[in-house]
Design a protein around this ligand. Structure first.
Ligand code: SAM
Length: 262
């Protein structure tokens, strides 16, 4: 069964580097008091470590071939609950939990939306998120002075941090690109009432990344440029910059001012 062919369509790159597995557990600050939700346990490399350190682990796996395999290797573990299904549809229990996982790259953005924005709306935010994802995406989320829709969608809820770069050789089969461990801590309700609307504003105002903020905003809000310039001046936001230069606090200030017309 360990020979089971990896499915590319499910982003199956299985971890085998023990060092990387330890770094993930350490970043997750996993203790026996924790309930950990693992997305995509695969053949159980990370699950094995999580079981050792956590109080309880719920592993959500989409590939029906892997579920009986996981049941076979973890027969005697009462702490582990294996659930077959799509993590993007999964509703975590209404109790404190952490998300710790090595995920398929292509679900990074929808997964973050599901466990941040959507769980905030369900009043069920995780305490902490640790993910192994594609390096470029990790760097984009954690960039110190350039924001994107994705990085801001994360920063609205918590503090992202790049923990370590992971080479392709840590996986079997090896992916074509580098990966990285990220940690999102200080997760809490945002300082605006409607983060979904805030993210919509950021998306609209970032639609043409090369254009200045003022032009993007005027187009998105169907307003004349001078009106937007005056608004930004009032808020002490430089209208000549590109959207990527705006900090979350500035987006929130802008959002509060124009929320009702969105
Ligand atoms: N955690 C294992 C490891 O580190 O070796 C496997 C990681 S592999 C990159 C990603 C895993 O996520 C695969 O087992 C794949 O079948 C599973 N997967 C893919 N899409 C999923 C989804 N939407 N929901 C849950 N699991 C998914």
């Amino acid at each position: 069964m360990r020979e089971l062919k990896a499915k590319k369509s499910l982003g199956q790159n299985f971890l085998h580097n023990q060092d990387v597995l330890h770094k993930i557990i350490e970043a997750g600050e996993v203790t026996k008091n924790d309930l950990v939700v693992e997305i995509g346990p695969g053949k159980g490399a990370l699950t094995e470590h999580l079981i050792k350190h956590a109080g309880k682990v719920i592993a959500v796996e989409k590939d029906p071939r892997l579920v009986p395999f996981l049941h076979t290797i973890f027969t005697s573990s009462a702490q582990l609950e294996i659930t077959e299904g799509d993590a993007l549809q999964y509703q975590p229990p209404k109790e404190p939990y952490k998300i710790i996982a090595n995920i398929p790259y292509y679900i990074t953005s929808p997964l973050l939306t599901h466990f941040l924005l959507e769980q905030y709306e369900q009043n069920n935010l995780p305490q902490l998120i640790v993910l192994l994802i594609q390096k470029e995406v990790a760097q984009r989320i954690c960039h110190p002075n350039r924001n994107s829709v994705l990085s801001l969608s994360v920063k609205i809820f918590g503090t992202p941090e790049l923990i370590a770069i992971v080479p392709p050789s840590a996986f079997k089969p090896a992916p074509k690109v580098d990966s990285a461990i990220i940690k999102i801590s200080n997760i809490q309700a945002p300082l605006v009432d409607n983060p979904r609307k805030l993210i919509k504003l950021i998306k609209m105002a970032s639609s043409s990344p090369r254009k200045k903020l003022v032009n993007n905003l005027a187009a998105a809000l169907h307003k004349e440029k001078p009106e937007i310039e005056a608004l930004l001046k009032k808020l002490q936001i430089d209208s000549t910059v590109r959207a990527e230069k705006l900090e979350l606090e500035e987006w929130m200030k802008l959002f509060k001012e124009i929320e009702r017309v969105l």
